[in-house]
Unconditional design. Structure first.
Length: 511
């Protein structure tokens, strides 16, 4: 089994050129908030390009699922985190070496970095042999790591590192200070009189006294006097310091590329699982979805909007979960209902679930089967842009035209209340034309609308309605259920939009 990457099964699947820009639909689906929360505190790994790149191969998605499942083993998870911390310490030593000015001090920091690296790799290789791994990725990595730690290159590097550290530990010297002159010589088993002096004068000690001993600085930088002393010490031990010079030159590229890549890529899983743990502690469910690029009978039970749930949990509020499914010829959810009833949240949830599934991540829900799309498009309401001199209706038409011209039967479109700037008659006409094209393409779609007529447009459409508390219609349940559009939601929405509800009219009459 050949190891290429812990993120990608094959070399050809890996990201050829990492993008630093999020997909255009991220803001509409609040995926930008989700990825920001996931990667917070892990900026050194530059993980966002991994989250900006969806997969188009179900086997690679399953490859990641297997690794995620392995990492649900707390022992393995802790070992990987320990390895990551050691590698972070190693990078800290290398960064410190780059900041320093004096050669021998830089070289000692480099030597320590290599030692930390060798110990971290050896430790992880040993720990992985004791864990019952199941995933193809971890099994291949364990085999690679075992071969690497037993290779001539690594064993000789480790042996030379330990020998050089031991040799440097034998370096002992004395300083003879007289006035502004310092003489450096080898330590010759000189007698340490400090113990005898303390013992002699201990009888005269009365209470607490001032400590006159010199305190050495704790910062890593040397001053010019210390540096000169070190140069003289190097002259006393030429063989050891020549070995140090030669070691640093020959091992400048000691870091194995695949291990370095593993150290970064494994954080994709660690970051996501730590994020998921926040929700699981509140009793919310996650699952590994079935993913297919042919079957469009999708479903998710007890799903939720991750961005909203993260906010609600931080506020101590409860999270409402929803179900959805499409079967047979069904392709399109038409979502209607009163304002502020969770319709847009439902649409975002549908998009988030499919995108996260395309990354090979567990998704919110007890059980899910999702579609592996080729392109995902969103059309959410945007403020008018005075720079393009287009009205809102024209802008809506141009944007939806661009989406439809790029879409295929394997795409997903999520639309949130388009054509709200025109008359109802025109909105119905335009929406029907758009929906006819979507039906013709046979793609998956969620359409949040105030136009109930769209819900029964075709056998491919499914009506979903946001519900209210029956005893008090002003209270939203935030549950979205499959049922025919009743027409009331439109009236309520329009009344609220133009402040024509009973409460609003009563308030205006008083004025």
């Amino acid at each position: 089994m050949i190891f290429h990457s812990i993120l990608f099964k094959r070399t050809e699947d890996s990201i050829k050129e990492e993008t630093l820009e999020a997909p255009i639909f991220f803001v509409d689906l609040n995926l930008d908030q989700i990825i920001d929360a996931i990667t917070a505190g892990k900026e050194e790994y530059n993980l966002k390009p991994f989250f900006y790149t969806s997969l188009n191969d179900s086997d690679t998605i399953n490859y990641r699922h297997e690794i995620m499942r392995d990492l649900e083993n707390d022992t393995l998870f802790d070992h990987i985190k320990s390895f990551a911390q050691n590698m972070r310490t190693m990078r800290g030593h290398l960064a410190q070496a780059d900041k320093l000015y004096y050669k021998y001090q830089k070289e000692r920091w480099f030597l320590d970095a290599v030692e930390i690296y060798c110990e971290a790799v050896n430790c992880l290789a040993d720990e992985l042999t004791r864990i019952d791994l199941k995933s193809r990725g971890f099994l291949a990595f364990r085999e690679y790591l075992t071969d690497y730690t037993q290779s001539q290159h690594f064993t000789s590097l480790l042996a030379e590192t330990k020998k050089l550290k031991a040799d440097l530990a034998t370096v002992k010297y004395c300083l003879l200070i007289k006035g502004n002159r310092i003489k450096v010589r080898k330590y010759e088993a000189d007698i340490d009189y400090s113990v005898e002096v303390e013992k002699t004068f201990a009888r005269f000690k009365q209470g607490a006294v001032k400590d006159y001993r010199a305190q050495f600085s704790t910062w890593p930088d040397m001053n010019h006097v210390e540096a000169k002393v070190l140069e003289l010490v190097a002259q006393l031990y030429p063989d050891i310091f020549w070995h140090l010079d030669n070691y640093c030159e020959e091992n400048s590229n000691y870091l194995d590329e695949k291990i370095a890549a593993f150290d970064r890529e494994i954080q994709f899983y660690i970051a996501y699982l730590e994020y998921v743990a926040i929700f699981k502690r509140k009793g919310l469910k996650f699952c590994y979805p079935q993913v297919s690029n042919t079957c469009k009978e999708v479903y998710d039970y007890e799903g939720f909007d991750l961005a909203l749930a993260y906010k609600l949990i931080s506020e101590g509020s409860s999270v409402v979960c929803n179900d959805f499914y499409l079967k047979g010829k069904e392709r399109i959810f038409i979502v209607t209902g009163p304002n502020q009833g969770g319709k847009t949240t439902f649409a975002r949830t549908f998009g988030q679930l499919h995108y996260l599934a395309s990354l090979g991540c567990p998704v919110p829900g007890r059980e899910a089967r999702l579609f592996l799309f080729n392109k995902l498009f969103t059309h959410f309401e945007k403020e008018e842009n005075i720079k393009n001199l287009r009205g809102k209706l024209q802008d809506d038409l141009i944007r939806i035209h661009d989406i439809l011209s790029q879409s295929t039967s394997n795409s997903i479109i999520i639309m949130n209340e388009i054509f709200t700037s025109t008359t109802l008659k025109d909105a119905i006409y335009l929406s029907q034309k758009v929906m006819e094209r979507i039906i013709q393409l046979d793609l998956l779609c969620v359409c949040v609308t105030f136009i109930d007529e769209l819900a029964s447009l075709s056998d491919k459409t499914v009506s979903m309605v946001s519900t209210v508390v029956p005893e008090n219609p002003a209270l939203r349940t935030y549950k979205i259920v499959r049922k025919p559009a009743d027409g009331l939601s439109y009236a309520i929405s329009i009344a609220e939009k133009y402040r024509l509800t009973y409460s609003c009219l009563k308030e205006r009459i008083k004025l």
